[in-house]
Design a binder for this molecule. Structure first.
Ligand code: AMP
Ligand code: MG
Length: 330
């Protein structure tokens, strides 16, 4: 399930200068967490660049170890197995990511729902085996199990007071991993870098900003515009073309509206620029659910973000955006 929704147009203008003492640009790409990862760093030499790449990989591995629902030993699998019986202890970082997800859920009218795995599975995603459109009674039954008020997060523990509930960090794990890598690279003294995990990008640059291309969701060879990313900021895109299932001949995207129980059909793609990658990841998913009508409400809760929503209605595409200084459409 690769995501190539945003591409980097301009990196650092230090490529190619190999004079003594001047840093060079190094890039490494790899696959992890079911998607592609990429890191570009400015470093004195390849040994230093390799150290930086290892830092990033280690942070990604930590998140993957915690939140991989397919690994029976991950904390998320333990929570989903045991948190109905008794509170499950998690580490500080996991607790911070989980509780932040619930806080953002409340600020997005629960459009972002960290316990919507039963619904996601019902529609055939993330380990779900359904191959036909679920019936309304099936949806109604599962809706009971995605109620965030039935989750208690206290003193580094997670406890489900509802039955058969399941946590899914799929809409926030990659952004969190990018933030962790960002912090560690900064601590290690790397002056310019860009970290990209499945389209969740955060960069540090000495330039005024970087230019990031936004793909046309209907024609992946083309761009519909560019966006400006300032140093320290992050960008994420959620798209209906990234992952989908075909049930009874109809295509359904991987983002589910937890309030209706149905996959979201009105949004094609959302792109969010935010102060950090956790926020851009969560809000790209949440805004995908909320749609263009709720851009102002999202901005009210998260004033520091810029939002681009591509919608479709009767086959016609429309683009809505919050901030013309950030997005430059062709
Ligand atoms: P993203 O590609 O960042 O938008 O995240 C999509 C992933 O988030 C899906 O593959 C699911 O694992 C999960 N997801 C889908 N719908 C929701 C939702 N409404 N709230 C939270 N997570 C969701
Ligand atoms: Mg997201």
């Amino acid at each position: 399930m690769k995501r190539f929704d945003v591409i980097i147009l301009v990196l650092f203008c230090i490529c190619g200068c190999k004079k003594l003492g001047k840093p060079e640009t190094f890039t490494q790409d790899w696959l992890t967490m079911g998607t592609f990862a990429s890191c570009t760093v400015s470093a004195e030499n390849s040994e230093q660049a390799d150290k930086y790449f290892k830092i990033v990989k280690d942070e990604f591995d930590k998140i993957s170890k915690s939140f991989n629902i397919y690994n029976t030993n991950s904390i998320i699998s333990i929570i989903n197995r045991d948190a109905h019986f008794s509170p499950v202890k998690v580490n500080d970082n996991e607790f911070c990511i989980i509780t932040n997800s619930f806080a953002c859920s409340q600020k997005t009218e629960t459009a972002f729902n960290p316990v919507c795995l039963p619904l996601i599975r019902l529609w055939g995603f993330n380990g779900g085996t359904n191959t036909t459109v679920p019936t309304q009674p099936m949806i109604d039954e599962v809706m009971e199990r995605v109620d965030i008020s039935k989750v208690i997060c206290e003193t580094n523990t997670i406890f489900f007071i509802g039955e058969n509930m399941q946590l899914d960090m799929g809409g926030v794990a990659k952004g969190s991993a990018v933030d962790m890598a960002y912090d560690e690279l900064e601590k290690a003294g790397c002056m310019e870098f860009m970290v990209n995990l499945g389209g969740n990008i955060r960069a540090q640059t000495l330039k005024e900003h970087l230019l990031i291309g936004i793909r046309d969701p209907f024609d992946k060879e083309n761009l519909i515009g560019t966006l400006k990313l300032k140093s320290g900021e992050a960008v994420a895109t959620s798209g209906d073309y990234e992952r989908f299932v075909i049930l009874d001949g109809v295509k359904y995207p991987h983002i589910i509206d937890p309030r209706s129980g149905y996959p979201v059909k009105k949004t094609v793609a959302t792109t969010i620029v935010a102060p950090n990658a956790t926020m851009s990841d969560i809000l790209s998913t949440a805004t995908f659910v909320l749609g263009k009508e709720k851009i102002d409400d999202v901005l009210y809760q998260f004033p520091d973000v810029a939002i681009l929503v591509i919608s479709k209605n009767d086959g016609k595409m429309s683009i809505s955006m919050s901030n013309e200084e950030v997005f430059d459409l062709l």
